[in-house]
Design a protein around this ligand. Structure first.
Ligand SMILES: *Cc1c(COP(=O)(O)O)cnc(C)c1O
Length: 371
């Protein structure tokens, strides 16, 4: 981890202390309130729960510290992505999405933007620069793409998109601000499903939008306040708690993923393994240049649907579940979620278990698959 990332992580644990009065609780109090004491002029303080809440503010402060940019929180990752689209696009606009990214983003464009007169095209992540960006109002990438873990050159895309006067958005869910910093690479907006590693305990859905452009932040906030897709204070409080251990969890998960990817690649049952941290992976050189860590997702193929299901079911330290980024390792056969991948394709999301124990469990389950 870079020195700046370390100092950011260290300061995160003490963000609240500059405002402490004697007797204040050290941890963040949870404010469950839809309405607040509001005599006189109605400006400059909390009044109504759709506008603001002290618990939201603490989470936005913590996320803003990590992103080095103002953040607006949402009740899910898709809530954050929807806010960007609905707050910034209008009829007649055209947008570009990855063909190999999170499926719900494409579904949103197809089922809800298209009928409003906002067209979209898609393009594969590894060749995202090909064809240029003329005619687009907004360009959206997810790097590494999920589940195949291909990447694109974020700084190069940012440059080319800005030459066309368009807005450039990066979905940074898989990497978190500790693993990759798209705003520093030139993106206008980061969106994140904090449901994943940022909350990190599989008990909350959450999301955020980060941007250093005050006009974008104002529009996204106005959308949230007006459309009403707001996070609950309790969910916000849980995410604040999750954030306190993000750096420790993310570090463990990424380190373990490097060890496990290397060993998995040599296992006779495994083919087509993808992990940006492995020399020889098509993503590796670019990953070294633009990512701070290589992430905790690994994808690979087993011979069949049956083998993939058996591997997941018979591994005591791997949960059979969708999603990723939690304390527990989980895996999923992605064709069952509609990703365009072979039936035996597995996405393995490394968790926080001690790595040797985790590897022994994974190896044991693979060894049992037979030839
Ligand atoms: C999970 C996910 C989302 C959506 O997040 P929700 O909290 O489920 O709405 C968006 N993008 C990526 C890359 C994701 O993994």
């Amino acid at each position: 981890m870079s020195e700046t990332a370390k100092s950011r992580a260290a300061a995160l644990a003490h963000l609240r202390s500059s405002d402490f009065a004697r007797g204040d609780p050290i941890p963040l109090p949870l404010t469950m309130a839809s309405t607040f004491h509001a005599p006189g002029d109605s400006a400059g303080f909390d009044q109504y729960g759709r506008f603001s809440n002290p618990t939201w503010r603490a989470v936005e402060h913590a996320l803003g510290h990590l992103e080095d940019a103002p953040c607006v929180i949402f009740p899910s990752g898709m809530g954050a992505i929807s806010a960007v689209f609905f707050a910034l696009l209008k009829s007649g606009d055209r947008i570009l999405l990855p063909s190999d990214g999170y499926h719900a983003t494409r579904a949103l464009a197809e089922r809800f933007l298209k009928p409003l007169g906002i067209a979209h095209d898609t393009r594969p992540t590894p060749t995202f620069l090909d064809g240029g960006f003329e005619g687009y109002r907004l360009v959206f990438v997810e790097s590494p793409s999920n589940p195949r873990l291909d990447i694109c050159d974020i700084a190069a895309v940012a440059d080319a998109v800005h030459k066309q006067g368009a807005i450039f958005v990066v979905d940074n869910t898989t990497m978190t601000p500790f693993g990759q910093r798209p705003l520093d690479l030139g993106a206008d907006i980061v969106v994140s499903a904090d449901t994943k590693a940022i909350n990190g305990h599989s008990d909350v859905l959450f999301g955020h939008v980060a941007s250093r452009n005050p006009d974008i932040v104002a529009k996204v906030k106005d959308w949230r306040e007006t459309a009403g897709g707001i996070p609950g204070p309790f969910e916000a409080w849980l995410v604040h708690r999750g954030l306190e251990t993000l750096e420790v969890r993310f570090d463990r998960m990424c380190s373990s993923a490097e060890t496990i990817a290397r060993r998995l690649k040599d296992h006779r049952a495994v083919s087509g393994l993808r992990f940006p941290g492995l020399e020889g992976d098509p993503s590796h050189n670019l990953a070294r240049a633009q990512m701070e860590r290589f992430g905790f997702l690994i994808s690979f193929e087993l011979a069949s649907e049956e083998q993939a299901e058996a591997f997941i079911d018979n591994c005591a330290l791997v949960e059979s579940a969708t999603s990723f980024g939690s304390t527990h390792t989980s895996a999923e056969r992605r064709s069952k979620r509609g990703d365009a991948v072979p039936p035996g394709f597995v996405r393995l999301a490394i968790g926080c278990e001690p790595v040797e124990e985790l590897w022994q469990a994974i190896k044991g389950s693979l060894d049992h698959l037979g030839a």
